[in-house]
Design a protein around this ligand. Structure first.
Ligand code: PMP
Ligand code: GLN
Length: 384
């Protein structure tokens, strides 16, 4: 029987592959992006409270009211705008669902969507499954900032949307006000929609501030802000995220969400709503992660890698282009098998597999694990 795949290029994701290899090799896993430590026991207690309290049937389609209100309040506090909790905030099963539903809501067959790369792996399949055409724009080397002239040059009469991500996975680049203003000018000029992946909104370093695109008056009406509790509260396995978008966009978004998953796990929504009452639970996150980033950078300085400090997210890129031309996929595999430290080769974040000899490490790990990983990475030169 012959079968025509809708995603002929797609195989197992690099995150699954590297996590599996790390496990087989008993290596320290700095590859897949997930925290290597537990969540706050108070949050876990709240889940117990709500599961035992009988909150175990379907949640409302758009999410539990308490959580939608708590998110609107967080948005007011951190971004200065208050979306209508009942009409403009939707709770979904992870940012991956939010992104997929947002693309599905706006992308029609033949529409072009601007994708800045390197980028997270779920964007392109979500665009192509909806009949869209990804139009790739490379980010600038070495800091992965956006070349706005290049973006402008790729916009055609068929361009329907642009997907953006700040703080950025894998580079850690954080958008400035200038980036937001340049995007706003293009969006207004060409009537584009924006899918804004803001899952690392609370992980920023050196005093940087996250600017949500929903807070920008010019972008607000055309933007889907996609977020995730997995990153903010160290619970990636819960797969709970959200989408904040103006009424017209939220209505279309909910039509899709309704038939993708219908609703999202109930007791966790109540638990998160109560936990969000304490703003320090997310406002303390930059300081928490800054310590880990700084420890990791201090160790990296004693290795032959070159790097620019991550500005946000829990990822750090390193380059070995000045040392070797070995492929990044091969080096990542050898690091895992021989040095027992797993990382992600950055070529997998490019549509054409562009290999600039760059690796991504996740530093959302316990300090002792980071110290041991750095000790092992010292031997990197034996692999060149
Ligand atoms: N976007 C980016 C940039 C990510 O790194 C991730 C990581 N998981 C996601 C989206 C997906 O988030 P979730 O696990 O909530 O689906
Ligand atoms: N966001 C995580 C990363 O970039 C991976 C999530 C996944 O495995 N799909 O590593």
């Amino acid at each position: 029987m012959s079968f025509v795949s809708k995603l002929p290029q797609v195989g197992t994701t690099i995150f699954t592959t590297m996590s599996r290899m790390a496990q087989e090799e008993n290596a320290i896993n700095l590859a897949q992006g997930f925290p290597g430590f537990g969540s706050d026991p108070d949050l876990l207690e709240l889940v117990a409270k709500y599961t035992r309290g009988g909150f175990n049937q379907y949640a409302p389609m758009s999410g539990v009211s308490e959580l939608k209100h708590a998110l609107a309040t967080k948005s007011q506090l951190t971004q200065g705008y208050f979306p209508d909790p009942e009409l403009e905030v939707t709770i979904v099963s992870g940012a991956t669902e939010a992104l997929f539903a947002a693309f599905t809501a706006v992308v029609c067959a033949g529409d072009e969507v601007i994708v800045l790369e390197p980028c997270y792996d779920s964007y392109v399949p979500a665009i192509t499954l909806n009949g869209g055409i990804p139009v790739f724009v490379p980010l600038k080397s070495p800091d992965f900032s956006v070349d706005w002239e290049l973006v402008a040059s790729k916009i055609t009469s068929k361009t329907r949307a642009i997907v953006v991500n700040s703080p950025h996975n894998p580079s850690g680049y954080v958008w400035s006000q200038v980036d937001v203003d340049r995007l706003a000018a293009l969006v207004v000029q060409h009537g584009l929609y924006v899918i804004s992946d803001e899952v690392y909104e609370h992980i920023l370093f050196d005093g940087r501030r996250h600017i949500s695109l929903g807070s920008n008056p010019l972008l607000h009406e055309r933007t889907f802000v996609c977020g995730s509790f997995g990153k903010t509260f160290h619970v990636t396995g819960w797969k709970i995220g959200y989408c904040i978008a103006p009424l017209a966009l939220s209505q279309e978004f909910r039509k899709v969400h309704q038939f993708l998953t219908f609703s999202t796990v109930t007791p966790m929504q109540y638990a998160l709503a109560e936990y969000l009452d304490h703003a320090n639970h997310y406002l303390d996150l930059p300081a928490f992660y800054q310590k880990k980033r700084d420890l990791f950078l201090k160790g990296l300085k004693t290795t032959p890698f070159s790097f620019q400090a991550s500005q946000g997210s829990f990822f750090q890129l390193v380059s070995y282009a000045h040392l070797s031309k070995k492929s990044d996929v091969l080096l990542a595999e050898q690091m895992t098998r021989q040095l027992k430290v797993a990382c992600i080769p950055v070529s997998v974040f490019y549509s054409d597999g562009q290999d600039d000899q760059v690796l991504r490490f996740c530093f959302a790990k316990k300090e002792e694990e980071l110290v041991e990983a750095l000790r092992r990475i010292q031997k990197i030169e034996t692999l060149f």
